[in-house]
Design a protein around this ligand. Structure first.
Ligand SMILES: O=P(O)(O)OC[C@H]1O[C@H](OP(=O)(O)OP(=O)(O)O)[C@H](O)[C@@H]1O
Ligand SMILES: Nc1ncnc2[nH]cnc12
Length: 182
C-alpha cells in the first residue's frame, strides 16, 4: 500500500536530497524538514496509526534513531506500547543482538530479551527502507524474542536498492507498507 496521492506529495515535498552524505555516491534522504512541519508530521503519524488498527497491532518497535522519532508518537496515538530496537551497546538490560549490512557500512542492533511477550503482534516502524538490512535484522530479533511480526511500515522506500525483494523471505507473508516509494 502507498499513501493517497495528496499525502504522498505533502510528505515527499518535506524530504530533502543531500548528495554524497554520509559518503560519496549516497544520496541521503533528509526527513528533518518533515519533522519540523507539524501538519506533515501529524499526517504521517495518523497514516501509521491507522495501520495499527488494520493489522491488529499490540506493540510498536521503532528502529534507532530516526525510526524512534516516527514510531513514538504513533504508539501514543494508537494506544499501544513502544519498544526500542537500539544500536549495540545502548540498552541497559539483557539483550538479543543481530548484525546486518547498511547501504554504507555494517552494524548490530539489539532488543531487550523481555521487551515482547509470546503472541504480541508487532509493527516495525522506520523512516527509510534502503537495502533492507536493518529491517530484516529487526524482524529476526522480534521472532527470536518470541513475538509475531504484524508488519513493517516505512515512510520512504528506495526502490532502486531492492530492499523489498531482500526482505520478502524474512517477512514470511507479513505486509510491508511504504507510504512513498522512489
Ligand atoms: O535498509 P537499510 O540499508 O538497512 O537502511 C535503512 C536504515 O538506515 C538508516 O539508519 P542508520 O543506520 O543510518 O541510522 P540512524 O537512523 O541512526 O541515522 C535508516 O534510518 C534505516 O534504519
Ligand atoms: N539514502 C539514504 N537516505 C537516508 N537514510 C538512509 N538509510 C540508508 N540509506 C539511506
Amino acid at each position: 500500500m502507498s499513501a493517497p496521492a495528496e499525502l504522498r506529495e505533502l510528505l515527499l515535498s518535506r524530504i530533502t536530497d543531500i548528495p554524497d552524505h554520509p559518503q560519496p555516491g549516497v544520496v541521503f534522504k533528509d526527513i528533518t524538514p518533515l519533522l519540523a512541519d507539524p501538519a506533515a508530521f501529524g499526517a504521517l503519524t495518523e497514516a501509521f496509526a491507522e495501520l495499527c488498527g488494520r493489522h491488529r497491532v499490540d506493540k510498536i518497535v521503532g528502529l534507532e534513531a530516526r525510526g524512534f522519532i516516527l514510531a513514538a508518537p504513533v504508539a501514543v496515538r494508537a494506544g499501544v506500547g513502544f519498544v526500542p530496537v537500539r544500536k549495540a551497546g545502548k540498552l541497559p538490560g539483557t539483550t538479543l543482538g543481530q548484525t546486518y549490512e547498511l547501504e554504507y557500512g555494517t552494524a548490530e542492533i539489539e532488543i531487550h530479551t523481555d521487551a515482547l511477550a509470546p503472541g504480541d503482534r508487532v509493527l516495525v516502524i522506520d523512516d527509510v527502507l534502503a537495502t533492507g538490512g536493518t529491517a530484516d535484522a529487526s524482524l529476526q530479533l522480534i521472532r527470536r524474542a518470541g513475538a509475531e511480526v504484524a508488519g513493517l511500515a516505512v515512510l520512504l522506500e528506495l526502490g532502486f536498492l531492492a530492499g523489498r525483494q531482500r526482505l520478502e523471505p524474512g517477512l514470511k507473508g507479513a505486509p510491508l507498507e511504504a507510504l512513498i516509494t522512489v
